[in-house]
Design a protein. Structure first.
Length: 438
């Protein structure tokens, strides 16, 4: 029987020589870039997903992740990347990376996707293989939830039969400067043996790895990062509302504060947070804290409260601006610009503009919307009429709301043709537009 030390050496050699078969479970916004990068550095890679539509798209060379150009997908496929929904393709894996979604169900972490991914991997787990979880989750998941499922067949992580790790994903959709490769990657292992193979694997994929002491620490890193962001956005959002009532320009104050070279980090107000990270991840941490130690995570609760109230605040501001014009929301034509949850992405999941659109419709507005990145057939939820951002549409709207400051929007046209604008991102400041910032 080879001991763990030999198993480590074997797997590290397979990784170094690019003989290790890598499987990535979940080919979404996180999993697809991981699978392609692993292919590009020379591993044989299987991208496994239970969604046949996604697998068919990848097999046909169509990318649904904007940071993954189709030419890159084509090159990866030519190099052997195999998208599949057949679990048999996972056989004899050496390294498995789990990148499935971790949503909330009625405000409670839903780890069923990790459970089912682990179940499929357990069926193929061999001595000496490595499983790494990348999905965002609360501290303790890798050890308490994932490990027992993988051990059901009799192999033991503690005995060094197989290796286990956690490495949070830091991908920032739409960010061309900080990519999967040049963003330092936090890595961890169940024990020292596991950490060694995890380090070898990610060391092959990214420029810099940051090893931490335990999987729980690595799990906390991700939640700390996103809770920090969530809380700071809530801070400037609340301050934006107060500053307006105080008659002070919050945007100028933020610009000036951001000139301090230490101890300050720039966050800007907006119509609320969306996507799959900020509205979800802090809740994972708060849930765990409450469950384990019976305490409420008050910062998270307060940040949720402020950020969730922002779409309603935007609607109130719209109503007030129309009122100034002797108009009501009821019967007004309102053009929303930007339906994604943030600039540079086509991802509309949980975007505040959806809530704003729905509320405006309930109040009787005629809501039209434009987004240069969100696909025209995206199942957005509230039925909004998608229109081009043309001079005619801009001029015909009683009010234009800039919800997302995509670089692709025609800002000069907005300034020239919109009759009244609510700029929730501060993008039009200094451009002489008719309207208000948030
Ligand atoms: N998208 C981001 O910007 C981002 C950034 C950092 C971390 N994360 C985290 O990474 C994880 C994945 O996020 P995402 O945005 O890629 O999600 P996603 O929904 O785009 O992708 C998840 C994929 O996993 C597939 N899947 C679900 N169960 C499966 C199973 N049992 N076997 C195989 N495939 C399965 C789904 O069909 C889907 O295609 C989440 O925990 C998320 O919080 C996301």
């Amino acid at each position: 029987m080879p001991d763990p030390v030999n198993r480590v050496a074997d797997l590290v050699a397979k990784i170094d020589e690019r003989r290790a078969k890598v499987v990535v479970v979940g080919q979404g916004y996180v999993g697809l870039p991981v699978a392609l990068r692993a292919t590009e550095v020379g591993f044989p890679v299987v991208g496994y997903d239970v969604d046949p539509a996604r697998v068919d798209a990848l097999a046909a060379g169509r990318s649904y992740v904007e940071d993954v150009p189709e030419a890159r997908l084509a090159a990866a496929k030519a190099a052997g990347y195999l998208p599949t929904h057949d679990p048999n393709d996972l056989r004899e894996f050496d390294v498995a990376v789990i990148t499935v979604q971790t949503p909330l169900r009625e405000n409670i972490p839903d780890l069923s996707f990790i459970e089912s991914a682990a179940g499929v991997l357990a069926a193929w787990l061999r001595p000496g293989a490595l499983v790494v979880l990348e999905s965002t989750t609360y501290p303790g998941t890798t050890d308490e939830l994932l490990r027992p499922i993988l051990e059901a067949g009799g192999l033991r992580a503690a005995a060094g039969d197989f290796f286990l790790g956690y490495s949070p994903e830091r991908i920032d959709p739409g960010n061309a400067e900080w990519t999967f490769v040049n963003t330092a990657k936090v890595v961890s292992g169940y024990d020292a043996h596991s950490r060694e193979v995890v380090e070898a694997f990610y060391g092959a994929l990214v420029d810099k790895i940051v090893p931490v002491g335990s999987t729980g620490e690595a799990e906390l890193v991700k939640l700390l990062e996103n809770t920090f962001r969530h809380v700071n956005i809530a801070l400037v959002n609340e301050l934006a509302m107060f500053a307006r009532d105080l008659g002070v320009d919050i945007w100028s104050a933020i610009d000036a504060a951001a000139t301090k070279p230490y101890g300050y980090m720039r966050f800007t107000p907006g119509p609320g947070v969306g996507g799959h990270c900020l509205p979800v991840d802090p809740a994972y941490l708060a849930w765990r804290v409450e469950r384990r130690i019976g305490q409420r995570f008050r910062f998270v609760e307060l940040a949720n409260d402020v950020n969730r109230g922002m779409p309603e605040y935007v609607v109130a501001r719209i109503a007030a601006m129309l009122n100034e014009e002797r108009r009501s929301v009821n019967g007004s034509r309102i053009l929303l610009l930007g339906l994604a949850y943030k600039a540079g992405t086509s991802d509309w999941r949980g975007a505040p503009s959806m809530i704003i659109a729905e509320r405006l419709r309930e109040l009787g507005a005629e809501v039209r919307a434009h987004d240069p990145l969100v696909p025209a057939d995206a199942p957005l939820g509230p039925p909004v009429t998608r229109v081009p951002c043309s001079e005619e549409e801009l001029a015909a709207a009683d009010l234009v709301v800039l919800c997302v400051d995509h670089a692709e929007l025609p800002y000069d046209d907005i300034v020239d043709h919109a009759r009244l604008v609510l700029d929730t991102r501060g993008r039009l400041r200094g451009m002489g537009f008719r309207g208000e910032t948030l």
